[in-house]
Design a protein around this ligand. Sequence first.
Ligand SMILES: CC(C)(COP(=O)(O)OP(=O)(O)OC[C@H]1O[C@@H](n2cnc3c(N)ncnc32)[C@H](O)[C@@H]1OP(=O)(O)O)[C@@H](O)C(=O)NCCC(=O)NCCS
Length: 145
Amino acid sequence: MITIKEINVEKTYPLRIEILRNGIPENYHFVGDKHKETIHLGAFLDNKCIGIVTLIPNSHKTFPNVSTYQLRGMAVDKSLQKQGIGKLLIDASFRFLKEGRKYEILWCNARIIAVEFYKKMGFSIKGNKFQIPKVGSHFLMYKVL
Ligand SMILES: CC(C)(COP(=O)(O)OP(=O)(O)OC[C@H]1O[C@@H](n2cnc3c(N)ncnc32)[C@H](O)[C@@H]1OP(=O)(O)O)[C@@H](O)C(=O)NCCC(=O)NCCS
């Protein structure tokens, strides 16, 4: 059975490097990783962390005067993708953000390959495609909490 729980940022590093940085240990620390309101969630199978996501309180110029969280570092072990683990992590993210926190929007910079996944999770695209150096094309996506 897969369980989702809050984890320390250090536990996110192996999957961030392997899945999001193609095994190259560069740029895998995020601004806000250690903010007191940042939430790191892990999906576990037999005590092994097989999926991660990080939620950071962070504003975005597209959503002025609104309290927003940014979703970052979303990754699922390669051999276990498309089996519902990403959805479990997103559902848990919504639950965590709704509990006691007064945030209105969750936004993310979605890689092109993940846009359909985020759409299925209820996110919408805002604006045009843009580039993030060394990572590629992205869309800003958001979900009203
Ligand atoms: C994107 C990612 C996190 C999704 O996690 P996952 O566990 O594979 O997703 P799920 O199995 O929970 O998928 C939920 C739904 O989205 C769909 N989906 C998932 N990834 C998809 C994709 N790349 N394209 C189209 N649909 C996708 C699934 O088919 C499923 O649809 P269904 O409910 O109709 O069956 C994962 O595939 C991953 O780690 N990819 C590589 C890293 C990455 O791109 N991260 C995002 C950075 S912005």
